[in-house]
Design a binder for this molecule. Sequence first.
Ligand code: NAG
Ligand code: NAG
Ligand code: NAG
Ligand code: NAG
Ligand code: NAG
Ligand code: NAG
Ligand code: NAG
Ligand code: NAG
Length: 794
Amino acid sequence: MAFGCCLGLALLLSVWSTTNCDNIPDGVLHMECRDRFLMIAVDLSFTGNEPHFEAVDGTGVYPITEQYAAECGYTVSVLPLRGQVELRASYFSCHTDNKDDEVFTFNFKLIASHEEKEVTYTLNKTCSPSLPWSPREVTCEENYVEVSVRSDVACPTGTKRDDWDAAVQTSYTSATSDWQVMFQRVEQGLMPMNLSEAHTKGYVFDLTDGRLVFRTPYGQPDSFSTEVNGVLVEVVHATLFSRQSWVVLMVDLVAACSMHEGSYDDNGYMMWETPEVLHPLVSGLYGLQDTQVNIGVDGELVEQPVAEERGYIVEKHSSTVQISIPYNAEGGYRKSFVTDDLYEYYIFHLYLEQLSVDEDHIDTRLRFHRTLATPLLPCPVFTENRTVHEEHVFTIYLGDVPEDVELVAVQLNGHTCTVPFTNTSIHTITKVVHPNNTHGYTLKVPFDDPLVIQQFSKEDAAMQHRLDINYTLSVLPENEPHHHLTSVMALTDVSPPVFDAICSESGISFKLDRRPFDYLWYISIGSDLLTSELAAQHGYIMSNDSQSLLLDVPLYTHGYEYKDISLKGFLGTFEILVRDHETSEVQSSTVKTCSFTTSELIMCSTDGRMTVVADLSLAMPSGGVPARTNLIDKYCGPKEADDTRALFSFPLNSCGSIVKLGKGYVTYENEIFLSRKWRTQKNPTDSSNESDRVIMQCTYPLAGLYRLFSVYRFESDTVGVGSIVHSAHSTEDVQRPTIKPTTVLQSPVPATRRTPRPGYHPPAQHIKVSSYLKKLSKKGAKGSSQIKLNAAIF
Ligand SMILES: *[C@@H]1O[C@H](CO)[C@@H](O)[C@H](O)[C@H]1NC(C)=O
Ligand SMILES: *[C@@H]1O[C@H](CO)[C@@H](O)[C@H](O)[C@H]1NC(C)=O
Ligand SMILES: *[C@@H]1O[C@H](CO)[C@@H](O)[C@H](O)[C@H]1NC(C)=O
Ligand SMILES: *[C@@H]1O[C@H](CO)[C@@H](O)[C@H](O)[C@H]1NC(C)=O
Ligand SMILES: *[C@@H]1O[C@H](CO)[C@@H](O)[C@H](O)[C@H]1NC(C)=O
Ligand SMILES: *[C@@H]1O[C@H](CO)[C@@H](O)[C@H](O)[C@H]1NC(C)=O
Ligand SMILES: *[C@@H]1O[C@H](CO)[C@@H](O)[C@H](O)[C@H]1NC(C)=O
Ligand SMILES: *[C@@H]1O[C@H](CO)[C@@H](O)[C@H](O)[C@H]1NC(C)=O
């Protein structure tokens, strides 16, 4: 159908000069001559956010606006993901100096803003594309379509070339305004217009040295959309004609581009389609045996093996070329995005070349610039509990954090800590970078960190440590926040209670602050459960409320152990045990030792030793020497003595002790005498005066002494009850342990006026008695075997 020819348009170019402006620093500007365009990319960090370009030629300076770019063959894109602004200028763009379609010189001005000040930079570049021009070329840019045909190709087959050259010559010399253009639309009348009118409508026609160029923005009123093999194609069909007396010259120029929007499939591929034959006048009329497709990215074709390696796929399905690019393929760009959740999307700047040959063996080279994008894909971060319980530290790992997302803060149980944590804090966070372009953060918070909620769990009978974490992630560069929540919990065994203890003059005070889980244990003195009854029985003073338990243990009460007895004083030790409720095992104990002083004391140990500190000042006339006193056995003297007191320590049944057997108890008695020598010297007649006697007694229950049968050695279950009787002051008052042994042994010993009677409990080893012996002794204690017992004791 087309019989076309060539036409000439005068393009006036004059010599022009550049004004030198600031230079752009190295590394910020990237300029490259590509096959069919010049690429200029400048880092946004340098240009500011709103850079713009101006095209410069001998006729002036032309700001490249959106509209102007589409008409004149420029494409300007701000690419935040790459951090660049990119200008692509077609070799046939309006203000490019074209020498023989071989050398192209570009001059631009870049207007960048630095701190609100606009600065202009001059950019110039000369390109000589190495790829020869095909007879027919179509570039489907992002914002325009450009068609160029070799001026001699349009001539129909069989036409003599010379004739056409002549015709072109004629038309060129006559007048360009003779040329008219008609846009052919489906089912619409033809409306011829002259070229200047067409230009005002945004169409540009140009004649270079050897090529006729036609360029149009997308979506012009004279364009139409059609479906080819189910793919939407936009077509602009311009017919140029000139009536020159007897001949009409006509040239058909068709711009046709696939307008497929791209799609995203379930397998993670971004897809794009274009028909093999876009339009008969573009790709040839009868379909093609051979359409070659080359694929590329960012305006550069890549070699076939590289494309394969990167997973780019080109397939032909029923005359449709289908391109599939894995969403995360090399060459693409990724960006995180927050709405409610964290998402990501991928962008791929597809560059595609389609080569075909028509029935006249004329090559057509079609090139597409298309941007493919995935929808928002969920991009979840995750947390992992990496706590090693034994370390008693929560370790939580936040993983799969994309490169362009950063942790800015962490809320621990509502307490906000900015990242990085301050030096002093006991909880730490460390960043972990992975080779797969993700990173993670390891958070460590000790179980006993003040920020951790500690609560006793009745169910588990353990302490529950709970940490709610609210991570604040920030998507860069917008600093859009995203929160990720997690919660960790750990159980630890609770520690048994420990008492505070303080010494006083008269005993030891224990204090326990109550905790809600203290019911797990019970408190015992020795093997006896501490109850208010027990306390009353032993003379302990106990107060117990919801806050604390106070136990005052007066000196000489049940449970004390004494040591280092001297005239100066002695050490008293009291132990409180905490036992497990179930097993009765001792879980903890509080042992307190205090030193006490006393003027007098008597201790009757379980291993049968009487230890006495006696005040002899009243028993002796003035000038008496306690060091010279003795017991019933005159060879038993004091171990220690001072001016008024003497300390005796002797086995119960030695030193002339008198044994008195009562009903169920036995009493050992001894007495302190002034030395005969001293007595004779000072007061010989006075020897019979009974009023200065100092009598000491130790009373033991017989039931606790059955061990005598087996080991022939004194050993009592309990300490004996001791008393010191100063008959000088109250002769009638002399204490005889006539009280029932049970009472005597289990209650605090009633004191005579100035005479405390402590029991003494040496660290003697207890020997357990078999139950057989126990029974035996109990029987014996009741009946005639008392005599035998007596015998055994002495
Ligand atoms: C291009 O720019 C450089 C410096 O920016 C200058 O030296 C050179 O002369 C310019 N070339 C042309 C052709 O304007
Ligand atoms: C082109 O056509 C318009 C309107 O039809 C007319 O005004 C204009 O003068 C014409 N231009 C030329 C150069 O013929
Ligand atoms: C913590 O602080 C100390 C002194 O204040 C300093 O020496 C040390 O380098 C700091 N450590 C970190 C990790 O900031
Ligand atoms: C990235 O690598 C880390 C460490 O090998 C791994 O734990 C994580 O799952 C990986 N993430 C993705 C999205 O592949
Ligand atoms: C997490 O922290 C952010 C900012 O501190 C807050 O707005 C948000 O409510 C918190 N989320 C929860 C569940 O506490
Ligand atoms: C986390 O790990 C610890 C220690 O392994 C474990 O006790 C705890 O139950 C785990 N789970 C949670 C949700 O904290
Ligand atoms: C103290 O009182 C609590 C109840 O308030 C009780 O459970 C506990 O057994 C009491 N302790 C003692 C030693 O009596
Ligand atoms: C015995 O001592 C008492 C009191 O010290 C005294 O009253 C009494 O006279 C003395 N007896 C003799 C015989 O000295």
